[in-house]
Design a binder for this molecule. Structure first.
Ligand code: ADP
Ligand code: MG
Length: 363
């Protein structure tokens, strides 16, 4: 049985307006970390607010450990839900010490127990000895961990995190994230993490759900969703891709790039996703006039540290191609394009079948 489930939940902020969350179904297993990702405005924060009890769904139910939190005739207020939440700005009480910030939600307990629990939680986050500090005397990463300790001290059944790392700089974000993940896993806390950062989602979560317009487009392990996106939107949102129309004949498809091997099987007209790392550009001078080679021209080159991202013109298409940082290719160079990975068959109809796929800004 799932720990938390949202069953066909709909919420509109204005009567008769568009639904911010639209028939959303989502499940969270005990101890699981789920990342909700999707473009700005797709309903991620609203979903968390529905779970926390800050919003009441128009239709649908929210259930935690078999107990109905929100439903047609039920609505449990936030303080009775055993749900913890940390927001992006993780506002600590500035006039309270670290210890008093963490004991804040524990007022039902005797003071001695409050302090013991808060200390234990701070210790877990590597903040033993910081009890008397005031928030302004802490770094951003330390403040973030105090906010997490505060949310976890009352022992929530689920912890909701809304863009909790986005105000930290890149280096601090990566270390704070893995530290927080380690602590949450050791506590076996179930977590829903909202982020617009796909790398963060893939690194942090056991499972992720890609949202669009108030609905879940696809959910699964990061590996499964990344390697087999259902449609162009998911492929584009998680890592970027190239869309190539083709005609499938089993485990291959005829395309303008030649015959591409497919992951899985299909027949007839298809739209394929070919990831930038499934393509390779080889400088033309390496080639000893290979017959049938795909000729390409480098249109742009973006250095990204561990690699380079090229745009290349080939067979009448503009393709995104990943390369090693040492690649000598520059805009204007001629190159040969090699397909090194398999293409994924998308659910979207190919361009000659109507209507065309709706993909915001495919790179
Ligand atoms: P996300 O967190 O994915 O960026 P939100 O859940 O904040 O998205 O918003 C979903 C939709 O609901 C957006 O269209 C947003 O403009 C709208 N919305 C969010 N909060 C409110 C509000 N308090 N009143 C009216 N509309 C809102
Ligand atoms: Mg949001």
């Amino acid at each position: 049985m799932p720990l938390l489930s949202l069953d066909h939940v709909t919420l509109r902020y204005t009567a008769g307006g568009t639904a911010a969350v639209d028939g959303l179904c989502l499940e969270l297993a005990p101890g699981e970390t789920l990342a909700l990702v999707g473009p700005s405005g797709c309903g991620k924060t609203t979903t968390l607010r529905l779970v926390a009890g800050f919003e009441r769904p128009e239709t649908g139910t929210v259930t935690l450990e078999g107990r109905l939190l929100s439903g047609p005739d039920a609505f449990l207020p936030p303080d009775q839900r055993r749900v913890g939440m940390v927001f992006q700005d993780f506002a600590l009480f500035p006039h309270l010490s670290v210890l008093d910030n963490v004991t804040f939600g524990l007022d039902a307990l005797p003071r001695r127990e409050q302090v013991a629990r808060a200390r234990a939680m701070l210790e877990l986050f590597g903040l033993g000895g910081f009890e008397a500090r005031m928030p302004h005397a802490l770094s951003g990463g330390q403040q973030q961990r105090v906010a997490l300790a505060r949310a976890l001290a009352p022992g929530p059944r689920v912890l909701l995190l809304d863009e909790p790392f986005s105000s930290l700089d890149a280096a601090l974000r990566a270390t704070t994230r893995s530290e927080v993940r380690r602590v949450l896993k050791s506590l076996e806390t179930a977590v829903v993490l909202v982020t617009h950062d796909q790398q963060e989602a893939m690194a942090f979560a056991d499972r992720l759900a890609v949202m669009r317009a108030g609905k879940v487009e696809q959910a699964g392990t990061p590996e499964a969703v990344y390697t087999t996106p259902r449609n162009a939107f998911v492929a584009w949102f998680l890592g970027g891709t190239n869309l190539v129309p083709g005609s499938a004949f089993g485990n291959g498809a005829r395309t303008a790039l030649g015959i591409l091997p497919l992951q899985g099987e299909a027949k007839g007209p298809v739209l394929l996703s070919l990831r930038p790392e499934s393509l390779r550009l080889v400088p033309d001078r390496d080639v000893v006039a290979v017959g049938g080679a795909l000729r390409a021209e480098v249109l742009s080159r973006e250095f990204q540290g561990p690699g380079v991202e090229f745009t290349a013109g080939c067979a009448g298409m503009e393709l995104t191609v990943r390369g090693g940082p040492e690649s000598p290719l520059r805009p204007g160079d001629r190159a040969r394009l090699e397909v090194t990975g398999k293409a994924v068959v998308l659910e979207d109809p190919p361009p000659d079948a109507r209507p065309p796929p709706e993909v915001p800004g495919v790179r």
